[in-house]
Design a protein around this ligand. Structure first.
Ligand code: ATP
Ligand code: MG
Length: 235
């Protein structure tokens, strides 16, 4: 490990059990990919990251929802007993969708989206950012002439924000796996008649992290808890 890597500043997610398997948390102001299939807990993980940022670390949060109306997202998260409405009122948390973007994403281009993200980040002085999801972003990028180039440009511009950013993705192994500084994989896998949850830190540059897939719970009223025990889905 060189000196620069040693000096990397970490931020704790505050999600119970997660920072321990991630070598202390996320590297500050970097982009992390959170990927997993439907219902694996991507939105829950990301919202909890924002809520704990406010509750424990005095870092405000912004959730950019490119897929659902924020109203639905807030409703889905109600059971967790997180003070989402309170934080929103206090201007510590903002959950937004780009105007016109949800109904008609074809109206939006990459620059509009980047401007929107920069403006919204400023409004709440966000230090933690979530973009849900990359798959919607890809739709916007697909209209550009050079998809890959635009993706790299977007990644670099998001990197200019003073935010530690989570990008949610349903697909594995997209180009973002290589562009982002960290990759978190979420699983909800069938074992016999049941399904079990797991979480893996697949990549975290400059960090020694667990190489295991760990058991994960989503609990009513508290949300995600990562267990120190590994899980083998092939058992
Ligand atoms: N209050 C709750 N208590 C326990 N488990 C819950 C609760 N709310 C949701 N879940 C579990 O979490 C799952 C959804 O998590 P989440 O919405 O974070 O997943 P996701 O990966 O974002 O899904 P999608 O791909 O649909 O966006 C539900 O399918 C359910 O199994
Ligand atoms: Mg989701």
């Amino acid at each position: 490990m060189n000196r620069e890597e040693n000096d990397l500043e970490k931020i704790k997610t505050g999600i119970p059990g997660f920072d321990e398997i991630a070598g202390g948390g996320f590297i500050k102001n970097r982009n992390i990919l959170v990927q997993g299939e439907a219902g694996t807990g991507k939105s829950t993980f990301s919202m909890q990251y924002l809520v704990e940022g406010i509750r424990q670390y005095n870092e405000n949060g912004l959730f950019i929802s490119l897929e659902y109306d924020p109203i639905f997202l807030i409703e889905d998260m109600k059971a967790y007993n997180w003070p989402i409405n309170e934080y929103t009122r206090e201007n510590k948390l903002s959950i937004v969708a780009p105007k016109g973007g949800l109904e008609n994403p074809s109206n939006m281009n990459v620059d509009d989206l980047i401007n929107f993200i920069f403006e919204e980040t400023d409004k709440v002085n966000a230090k933690r950012l979530v973009i849900d999801s990359l798959n919607s972003l890809e739709f916007i990028f697909s209209k550009t002439e050079n998809y890959r180039k635009e993706m790299i440009r977007f990644n670099s511009l998001i990197g200019d924000l003073e935010c530690t950013t989570l990008l949610i993705s349903e697909l594995h192994n997209n180009i973002y796996t290589y562009l982002s500084h960290g990759v978190i994989n979420l699983f909800y896998t069938k074992v016999g008649a049941n399904r079990l949850r797991g979480i893996e830190v697949r990549k975290m540059r400059g960090t020694q992290h667990s190489s295991y897939t760990h058991a994960m719970l989503i609990q009513d009223s508290t949300g995600i808890e990562v267990l120190p025990t590994e899980i083998d889905f092939n058992l």
